[in-house]
Design a protein around this ligand. Structure first.
Ligand SMILES: [Zn+2]
Length: 263
């Protein structure tokens, strides 16, 4: 199977002791690549080094994550500008701006600084001509509205770790977006996610792990890693009534097209 992980954090400290083995397992599993995501300033340089160590296989994306409030001294030292976001992602091996968006799980709405920061990231993506990776936790509909009104579909966006209803998925698709499906689609109490996955055309789905978190069944509860994307792809295939190889091939192609990665 050809597999691509559109969203992973193998730059995280959880992989410090065996990162090379994790990357080797990706290759052994037939993966053609992965996008690795940095969420705060101090992650940018190490992310660049990691991506450069695996050219044509690992790709980068950076944004200041919406979970980090401006007064969070550990994660945010200043208000990130459009120019800084552009500079961070201008490397050709950086294929998207993200993850950015809204997080109404940790911060109760309205959160004006989140919206303003989100809009600056959208502006940076437009300047770069690169797509956006959108984190929208308990805020999918609000994020989809902003993406539509800011015309983010012009450069493309994905609602990563999609966990909302088919109606919200439709809204994102209508605005020119993709839907990111991750391991939580395999969980027992994920009827809504499964329903949404079924409602989204296979051509509009990106498969992802978001590792080290949200390992799919049968690895649930363990540290997640990119090669486990195969379990999520198998579930997507089941929900769409196609063989796993076909879901793998289509979602891998979707990722390459979305991130403008040549075959
Ligand atoms: Zn993530």
């Amino acid at each position: 199977m050809v597999l691509f992980d559109s969203h992973c954090h193998i730059n995280a400290p959880q992989f410090d002791s065996d990162r090379a083995d994790v990357i080797q397992r990706m290759k052994d599993a037939g993966m053609t690549g992965a996008v690795v995501i940095g969420c705060e300033e101090k992650e940018l340089e190490p992310l660049r080094a990691l991506v450069r160590s695996e050219p044509g296989f690992l790709w980068g994306a950076w944004a200041l994550h919406p979970e980090y409030a401006p007064d969070d001294a550990e994660h945010m030292t200043h208000k990130v500008t459009v120019e800084e976001i552009v500079r961070a992602n201008s490397d050709p091996s950086f294929v998207a701006v993200g993850e950015t968006g809204l997080d109404y799980y940790w911060q109760k709405p309205p959160v004006p600084w989140q919206v303003e920061r989100f809009v600056r990231h959208i502006e940076a993506a437009k300047r770069l001509g690169k797509p956006l990776i959108v984190h929208a936790r308990d805020a999918e509909e609000a994020a989809a509205d902003i993406l539509a009104s800011e015309h983010a579909g012009d450069t493309g966006f994905v609602l990563h770790c999609f966990s909302s209803t088919p109606e919200v998925a439709r809204k994102a698709l209508d605005a020119g977006g993709m839907i990111g499906i991750n391991g939580n689609v395999t969980f027992k109490h994920s009827a809504v996610i499964q329903e949404s996955c079924r409602a989204v055309p296979l051509e509009r789905i990106l498969a992802e792990t978001d590792c080290p978190y949200l390992a799919p069944v049968p690895k649930r509860g363990k540290r997640n890693e990119p090669s486990f994307v195969s379990y999520t792809v198998a579930k997507i295939a089941e929900l769409h009534g196609v063989p796993p190889e076909e879901a793998a091939r289509v979602t891998e192609g979707n990722a390459r097209r979305f991130f403008r990665i040549p075959p």
